[in-house]
Design a protein around this ligand. Sequence first.
Ligand code: FES
Length: 306
Amino acid sequence: MPVGHGAIGLSGNIKLPMKKGFGKTDRTDAWWKGPTAMAAYLGFMIVYATWRGFMESDFWIFSEFGASSCANWESATSFHDVTDCQTMAIENQNSHVLSPLYSPLIFPQSSWIPKEFWWMSPAMFILIFPAGFRGTCYYYRKAYYRAFFQQPTGCAVSKPWNEYSGERGILVVQNLHRIFMYIALVYLPILTYDFWLSLNFHNEVTGVDSFGLSVGSVVLLLNVILLSGYTLGCHAFRHVVGGGSNHWTGSPMNRGKYLMWRFSTKLNEHHKDWALISLFWVMFADFYIWACTDLGLTDLVILGGA
Ligand code: FES
């Protein structure tokens, strides 16, 4: 029998009867819709986050927009000299609603950052870790390998490259996912603290502190919920809480781990949804806060306030 499509060669390799040529397939469904929509969605989110990161920096044309930093940093010789520091937060309502792209609150003009990097925006420092976490996420890997790299193009669809070499070479960086997951966990209490801060209004004139709830607070709360659903449903997190136990009922610790594992498993079943919606909401939260600080929108106070 000749070695060819549908035949088993002497080496034992099985050649599947697939059409050859980029995008060629026998599939009759609209297989390309998913990867195309994903490329558009992820592409937009990446462009938006990059734009916002540069927009709040003191760099090239972007400095025209007004940086979220300390006003006199260029003439300052040390971080003691910098004054009038601003960041991306709604403060004109006597509240403090900080954009999640700019949380935790840092200023590049700090003692621990060399002056050569003071032009950068806080987001450029902060986003390294969430970007690393999402970039190495098992779900996102599948999504962007297909959407951007055609590796593969789709199930049973011919791709432009012949070989699959696995996650080797530079892609071994994907193994850092668990490390990024540990760091991502730290962001959750920080973002929760930002939500709590947004409830604490402070009237500069009277000096009175009071409780308040604005639309911005609700946006931050939803952001914490969605990011928690995404992070606590991470495959690596599920392994961490569920691993290392031979039985679930042996001790209170093991029973606690079992409950955590079940909770994580529930979230994990919809990891894709958490991943996509939480990404949208982080960007939306930043957009809302930007609109309230620079584009003339007012953050509506729903309850209390000062
Ligand atoms: S697998 Fe998606 S965040 Fe860990």
